[in-house]
Design a protein around this ligand. Structure first.
Ligand code: GLN
Length: 309
């Protein structure tokens, strides 16, 4: 397996030149785009194993992949029914930061929890009296899901997001005006920007994926962290909405529940088989890791991971 991963990293580096790092958040533009790494937490044959190659241990900003974590928390803190009264669960067909999804049928409801508008609502539904409390809880839960006590907010990414996040600000104020979010908009945005700036590695993402793959039970401790029904909901929405406007293509060609982020991360959860973490900061035009998607396609073929097969 180590050999396979080494080969995948080596062979897929050639796609990096066709992508670009995200530049709309200035601190992300500083990231070296030539990096590529993969990590796997393998649960097959009831035998816990970790495999990795390339820049699997490089720390980067979790960005939209954090939307998986906060969605789980918002459902656990309230209930799935409560969360999906406030937001939808349909693919949007618009860019992840678009306001247009809220204008369809004159219903100002974000179409799903993985576009920015939906994720801002979800952040506001995580229990905590203010941004500090919500962020503290999100960090604590992420540390449990990754078994990594070093998880923290990357300060310069957070400040960069906060300084330049006017589109997110406009989404949040629009939703406040439409009574979709309650409370102090700047405080909600603050914890949203901090959740996006959490530090992870590809191995951390693989660990989170393995908990989802294992129906909510930590494979390294046997502790249940997520109720089973919530895991099912999250994996389903990862299939339909996890890779923005590339989700359909990804489902057809790769068939792995996954969630990407503009920091270059992709988190994959193959039910009962494995968690996968990818890091490749050069992105395609949809905002997904260009070499990472290619690598996942080959991984899926090589290891028979397509859930629709
Ligand atoms: N922090 C980013 C934003 O809000 C996250 C977007 C992403 O990863 N797609 O724009």
């Amino acid at each position: 397996m180590f050999d396979l991963l080494e080969t995948l990293v080596k062979e897929n580096k050639k796609y990096i030149k066709y992508g670009n790092v995200a530049t709309y958040i200035p601190a992300l533009a500083q990231v070296d785009e030539n990096q590529l790494g993969v990590a796997i937490v393998d649960l097959r044959n009831n035998n816990y194993k970790e495999y990795f190659a390339g820049d699997y241990n490089q720390v980067f900003a979790i960005e939209s992949t954090s939307k998986v974590i906060t969605l789980i928390m918002a459902m656990m803190d309230n209930s799935p029914e409560y969360v999906f009264k406030k937001i939808g669960m349909e693919p949007s067909g618009f860019a992840f930061n678009s306001i247009l999804n809220m204008e369809i049928n004159n219903k100002p409801v974000p179409s799903n929890p993985f576009i920015n508008a939906g994720a801002i609502v979800v952040n506001s539904l995580v229990k905590g009296k203010d941004s500090n409390e919500r962020t503290k809880r999100i960090l604590e839960f992420t540390k449990k899901l990754t078994n990594n006590p070093d998880i923290d907010v990357i300060e310069d990414i957070y400040l960069s997001e906060k300084r330049t996040g006017d589109i997110n600000r406009s989404l949040a104020y629009h939703m406040k005006g439409c009574n979709i979010v309650d409370g102090d908009v700047e405080d909600i945005l603050d914890s949203y920007f901090r959740q996006c700036s959490i530090s992870v590695t590809a191995m951390d993402l693989a660990k989170i994926g393995s908990v989802l793959a294992n129906k909510g039970i930590c494979p390294w401790s046997n502790e249940r962290l997520i109720p089973m029904d919530i895991c099912t909901i999250v994996k389903s929405i990862m299939v339909t909405c996890g890779l923005y406007d590339e989700s359909g293509d990804f489902a057809v060609h790769i068939g792995i529940p996954a969630k990407s982020g503009v920091g270059g991360g992709i988190l994959g959860a193959v039910p009962n088989k494995m968690g996968i973490g990818i890091f490749g900061p050069a992105l395609d035009s949809m905002g997904n890791s260009i070499a990472g998607v290619k690598m996942l396609q080959q991984l899926s073929k090589n290891l028979d991971l397509d859930i629709f097969e």
